[in-house]
Design a protein around this ligand. Sequence first.
Ligand SMILES: Cc1ncsc1CCOP(=O)(O)O
Ligand SMILES: C=C1C=NC(C(F)(F)F)=NC1=N
Ligand SMILES: [Mg+2]
Length: 211
Amino acid sequence: MMNKEQYLLYFIMGSNNTDKDPEEALREAVQGGITCFQFREKGEDAREASGKKELAQRLQVICREAGVPFIVNDDVDLALELGADGIHAGQEDTPLRDIKKRCSGSMTVGVSAKTKAEAEQAVQDGADYLGAGPMFATSTKEDAEAPVGPETVRMLRQSGITLPIVGIGGIGTENAASVMEAGADGVSVISAISRAPDIQQAAQSLRNVLR
Ligand SMILES: Cc1ncsc1CCOP(=O)(O)O
Ligand SMILES: C=C1C=NC(C(F)(F)F)=NC1=N
Ligand SMILES: [Mg+2]
């Protein structure tokens, strides 16, 4: 199970989020100080089946060596096969109740939630953390909805949600602090790190503005 500090800089990446070798990209991000990693192999050119599993296994080794939690997006079978540290489910993905039935108590389960109702349902279903967003405009998630802003994090806190919350969507060094100030435990980032010319530097710069 993860402690709150591990959500501080939650990197998410799949092979189509970087022009670099994904393993090299993750190594640099780990060097730069990410505190958690989610393997999210989705969208155009995403690898499937054995290609996806092989890549996941290699990224999992990098995380294990660094003591960084390895979380799988959406694919419960893969998460279980790999013995991942956690799984992340979107609102349109496998219902949390079904995931919890299949996953041992030691697996961290995260849910996307942007409304009070979604958050309260997730708490009731036993979620360990919430991903709220998109905080700002993003072109990384093809079907991202309109940005909701950090005020959504503040609203969830004011609604009494005490679960760890990470903000996600369009986050970089210039706006990460506003997400933390709104009450998030961390920020989740894809392109500000995965598309950076110097990935290690990008991760380090984000760490520096977070704490
Ligand atoms: C997966 C996801 N969910 C909401 S926005 C998003 C994409 C975040 O990517 P980026 O950090 O590049 O904006
Ligand atoms: C759609 C998503 C929303 N939030 C998160 C996280 F940051 F991990 F909470 N991951 C996702 N894949
Ligand atoms: Mg999803």
